[in-house]
Design a protein around this ligand. Structure first.
Ligand code: DGY
Length: 322
């Protein structure tokens, strides 16, 4: 008879995926504070074979070392910067993740933030709720900026960058991009986008949209030096990882009007710190890390997360392995 493995989930997933996991494994779902506090995770990981985690959970050396029986980590995310991958691999632990299925959802949110920010939708919602509508009746009291014919600069032309490019084309925007390697000319033509240098991207774009993974190289990629290069009429959109942007420098750039606004789905600290100056600025739209958060996508992510974990534990090929 096959062994029943024990699994810790730092948070529940879609019911059908959890049921599938429970058929084969003894599952403990953390039900307290989210993200699971390190102290609790250190205890709970002690005797489990598998771990299901999320981008908010830091799976560092301490946690991995404490997982004496740990054979597999399955993250409910495309990003895996929260896991010490090298250390886990040294210990023979398999790691699964959920790419591809969230490409469209994240690209949609990117476009949503652009609309929200440039047409001032959420800001307008605040105007109404604060009963200030009568203060913005003048013809030019509450104007936004049109999206069509603007230049969007995509930083990082992976799956999500490409999907944003397609959607931006549909909106009549010009697309330029920068990434480690330019696309083939053929693909550039098909996607209607043009590779430019990093400097040109920041200098020419009306909107900068970030689509890079978080690594040592991309840490604080957006900082005061870069904000100074951007147009003072430009907007920043971040649906990648919070630490790609130096938030302190961003706040200064917004206050000094070095850039015009920012749409942020990810933050240096999540949940955002109560003291964050971003909460006090009008020219900012904030979303609580919901890039992949649609019913369609999250259901697929749940399924993949569970399949990855089961396959890793029962020595089958993972659907997506890091
Ligand atoms: C991911 O999958 O990495 C997303 O940021 C989570 O929503």
């Amino acid at each position: 008879m096959k062994k029943r493995f024990s699994v810790l989930m730092t948070r529940g997933l879609h019911v059908s995926a959890v049921k599938r996991l429970e058929k084969k494994c003894n599952v403990v779902i953390h039900s307290g504070k989210i993200p699971i506090p390190k102290k609790i995770l250190l205890q709970k990981i002690n005797d489990v074979d598998g771990l299901v985690c999320h981008p908010y959970d830091t799976i560092d050396k301490d946690i991995i070392k404490n997982g004496k029986n740990l054979k597999a980590i399955s993250t409910f995310s495309v990003g895996f910067d929260h896991i010490d991958v090298d250390f886990a691999k040294e210990r023979g632990i398999k790691i699964g993740y959920t790419p591809k299925v969230l490409t469209n959802a994240t690209a949609e949110l990117t476009i949503g933030l652009i609309f929200d920010l440039m047409r001032r939708i959420t800001e307008g919602d605040r105007v109404i709720r604060q009963k200030k509508w009568n203060l913005i009746f003048g013809a030019h009291d509450y104007t936004g900026i049109e999206i069509a014919n603007k230049t969007i600069g995509i930083f990082g032309m992976g799956r999500i960058g490409k999907e944003v490019t397609k959607k931006a084309n549909g909106l009549g925007m010009n697309v330029i991009y920068h990434s480690r390697k330019p696309l083939s000319k053929n693909l550039e033509n098909r996607l209607k986008c043009k590779f430019v240098t990093e400097d040109a991207l920041f200098q020419k774009s009306d909107i900068i949209s970030l689509h890079v993974p978080y690594t040592k190289k991309t840490h604080h990629l957006m900082n005061s030096k870069i904000f100074k290069k951007m147009k003072d009429t430009s907007f920043l959109i971040n649906t990648s990882r919070g630490k790609v942007v130096n938030e302190r420098d961003l706040v200064i750039a917004l206050k000094k009007k070095q850039i015009r606004g920012a749409g942020m789905d990810v933050f240096e600290s999540e949940p955002i710190q109560k003291t964050s100056q971003l909460l006090r600025l009008e020219n900012v739209v904030l979303a609580p890390h919901i890039g992949s958060s649609t019913e369609e996508t999250r259901t697929k992510m749940s399924d993949i997360t569970v399949t990855n974990l089961l396959n890793a534990l029962y020595e089958k090929k993972l659907l997506y392995s890091v």
